[in-house]
Design a protein around this ligand. Structure first.
Ligand code: 8DG
Length: 138
């Protein structure tokens, strides 16, 4: 069985309910594909704790973690199987310091499908596209 990698991601919403998509500064892992900010869950962390830690590390910002976008999605890469759960998130501030990303974009919900998402993320982006974001409580 391939190495199992537990990963959390954030579907960060701003005041206009646009969603933040990110590209890595280091393109070695997933090339130039788009993903949700986040990272691997460390031993002893809940997914929510891992996500707030990652967002603090990546953007130097405080995050409020809301409901999961959907189930956990698996994708097998040559380096292992990524198990990705994405949560809706709102930030204390939209003033983001980019510490780990090459590029970020605030994307309209209707435009999410146009980005070249990493394989694990594509279905999650589709689910977000179908959600009534005005009904989310975070
Ligand atoms: N952050 C993130 N990683 C993703 C997504 N989709 C996806 O397949 N991945 C993969 C890429 C990596 O193999 C893994 C997450 O690793 P990472 O490099 O972001 O995590 P990390 O900050 O904890 O990494 P590390 O350098 O500390 O080991 O999951 C996604 O939407 N967001």
């Amino acid at each position: 069985m391939s190495k199992q990698i537990q990963v959390v991601g954030a579907a960060i919403l701003n005041d206009q309910n646009q969603i933040l998509a990110t590209q890595r500064a280091d393109a070695r892992v997933l090339g130039q594909q788009w993903e949700f900010p986040g990272g691997k869950i460390k031993a002893g962390e809940t997914p929510e704790q891992a996500l707030t830690r990652e967002l603090e590390e990546e953007f130097s910002v405080q995050a409020q973690v809301g409901p999961a976008v959907g189930p956990t999605f698996k994708h097998e890469y040559d380096f292992g199987t990524v198990n990705l759960t994405v949560y809706y998130v709102r930030l204390a501030s939209e003033d983001l310091r980019l510490m780990a990303h090459g590029k970020v974009v605030w994307c309209e919900q209707t435009q999410l499908g146009k980005l070249d998402w990493a394989a694990t993320d594509r279905q999650i982006a589709e689910l977000i596209g179908q959600e009534d974001l005005t009904q989310l409580s975070i």
